[in-house]
Write a protein that binds this ligand. Structure first.
Ligand code: ZN
Length: 262
């Protein structure tokens, strides 16, 4: 009886230890920062075989500028971030390990302002800041994966992993806790970077309405983390907790010019 009690207590402590605290961006990760950088470089080669990168320097420069502004509001910047646009008209964006963020042309087309674009980018940057990609790899594959990646004894492993993780939807499926944390950190990041985080709530509402009218339009958008009413309520509750502040007006002139180039 006593032993059973101790076991149950230990299990409870263990499970509690696994839960993601919204404010804690560090968690169990077997992959070092250097390994994650290298992993990201290799992943990028695979991703860019599957997705056509938009080479228009004005478009890239613009998305890069929005990304850098958001990084100014991030809790930690461990990587040399790379922002790229990929030619894909589904409404989507995704982050791969090592601080690489991809924005679909479909997201740029669906957004009506720079703030709406920044909302989804802030969510993706937050996955990178909290290293959700390599933490999830750690959880799913453990030591065997890390050893294979570090020793490089299976050259096809990365390609296989990329296909598994990013699948046809073109984005990694994170756990619900990681998704909630990316929203949480995304709201904070937007606010610190001077983007009104209400833009995240309104954009999510707008996309949810589009999805309701035409489920196919958003088939791949946040497929692993649908835009439920509960999710939007969480974002709303977090915004309400932020200290009140005036956000600078965002000039959408360049945003509109970039959209017209797509
Ligand atoms: Zn996400």
């Amino acid at each position: 009886m006593r032993i059973a009690f101790v076991l149950v207590s230990l299990l409870t402590v263990f499970l509690a230890g696994c839960a993601v605290s919204m404010t804690d961006i560090h968690g169990f990760n077997l992959i070092t920062l250097d390994q994650e950088r290298e992993l990201g470089n290799n992943f990028a080669v695979e991703i860019e075989k599957q997705h056509q990168v938009v080479n228009d320097p004005e478009v890239t420069r613009y998305v890069d500028r929005v990304g850098r502004r958001l990084l100014g509001g991030a809790r930690e910047v461990n990587f040399d971030y790379v922002f790229k646009v990929v030619k894909d008209d589904s409404v989507n964006a995704f982050a791969i390990p090592g601080g690489r963020v991809y924005v679909n042309t479909g997201l740029l087309k669906a957004a009506d302002s720079e703030t709406e674009l920044a909302a989804v980018m802030a969510h993706e940057i937050s996955h990178s800041v909290a290293r959700h990609g390599t933490r999830q790899l750690t959880q799913q594959y453990g030591y065997s994966l890390v050893l294979s990646l570090v020793l490089g004894d299976n050259p096809n492993l990365l390609a296989q992993l990329a296909a598994q993780l990013f699948g046809q939807a073109g984005m990694m499926s994170y756990s619900r806790e990681f998704e909630n944390q990316a929203d949480y950190l995304g709201v904070e990041t937007m606010s610190r970077a001077g983007y009104n985080p209400l833009g995240m709530e309104t954009f999510f509402q707008k996309l949810a309405a589009i999805g309701e009218r035409n489920p196919n339009a958003l088939a791949s958008f946040f497929s692993s983390h649908p835009l439920t009413a509960e999710r939007i309520r969480r974002v709303d509750a977090e915004i309400a907790k932020l200290p009140p502040r005036q956000y600078p007006a965002i000039d959408n002139l360049e945003f509109r010019r970039i959209k017209s180039r797509l």
